[in-house]
Structure formats: C-alpha cells, structure tokens
Design a protein around this ligand. Structure first.
Ligand code: FES
Length: 154
C-alpha cells in the first residue's frame, strides 16, 4: 500500500461520533516516517540531552537526531556538532555519553578539541594534507544551528 492510500484511510474531519485514531500502519510505515522527517523533526525542538549530562568540561553526549549523528560537548560553552570526522567521515564519538579531554576518531585517531577544532592528526603529514588548509576556515564538522542549544522559541 502506498503512502497516499495509507493517509486516505484516516479522515480527520469525521464528526466526534465517528472519530478514530489514525491507522496503526502510520506508526510503523517507513515511507510515512520519511515523509514526517523534515516537517516534523527538522523544524521543531527535540531533546538531545539532559542538562546534568553536560555540566563539566569534557562532558559529551553522542546521539542521533532526525537520522543525523550529533555530538554535544561541554567546553567553554555547550556546542553541538555533526558527529562525523572530517577525514573520512567515520563517526567520531560512539553513541552514548561520558567525559573526555578530546574527541578522538577511532578510525585513524584524528582528534578534535572540545571547541571542534582539529587538534592532532597522528601519522599524517600536516604540511601536505589538504584538510590542513581548511583548519582555520571551519571546524571539523558543520555546527548545529545555535538555536538548538539556546532557549526554545515560545
Ligand atoms: S576517518 Fe577519522 S581519522 Fe580517519
């Protein structure tokens, strides 16, 4: 059954005496989940972590939001990054939480400071490495919009 057929099974305009819950398939169908991803999950406030998980310098939470790997880190402030290494796109921090001095990629051990800047690239020549030229241009991954960290809009 395609998504249009699934959606047509529910009439939100039914009078109260005919009202029902949406069909159960709405909660399990992958096409409906994909259809909801942008309008629902990309444009609304979502909980990524509890405040007490990010109180001390080095505290981090690695999670997934709307299908995107995200890591929140407490440095001088709390920042959120895509949890993707700028070298070859490995996931830098394993899903979970903890406290660390640096964010170190398990693949080739590139490490990042708590502010997201590149700290070390062991076994790689920094002088000839093209990513070194980007070092001062942007941090290791795109930053999540600052609004995700601040107070939610009312
Ligand atoms: S992919 Fe992260 S260090 Fe190579």
């Amino acid at each position: 059954m395609d998504i249009k057929q699934l959606i047509s099974q529910y009439n939100p305009d039914n009078p109260l005496e005919l009202a029902s819950t949406p069909p159960s398939a709405w909660y399990t169908n992958q096409d409906i989940a994909k259809h909801e991803l942008n309008p629902v999950f990309s444009n609304n406030w979502l909980i990524a972590a509890r405040c007490e998980q990010l109180q001390n310098t080095g505290d981090y939470v690695a999670t997934e939001i709307a299908g995107q790997p995200i890591v929140l880190v407490k440095g001088e402030s709390i920042k959120a990054f895509y949890n993707v290494c700028r070298h070859h796109a490995a996931q830098v921090m394993a899903t979970g939480s903890g406290c660390t001095r640096a964010l170190t990629c398990p693949y080739h051990a590139w490490s990042y400071k708590l502010d997201g800047s590149l700290a070390a690239t062991p076994k790689f020549c920094l002088q000839s490495c093209p990513t070194k030229k980007r070092d001062n241009e942007f941090s290791w991954c795109a930053r999540v919009p600052p609004a995700i960290i601040g107070n939610p809009p009312i």
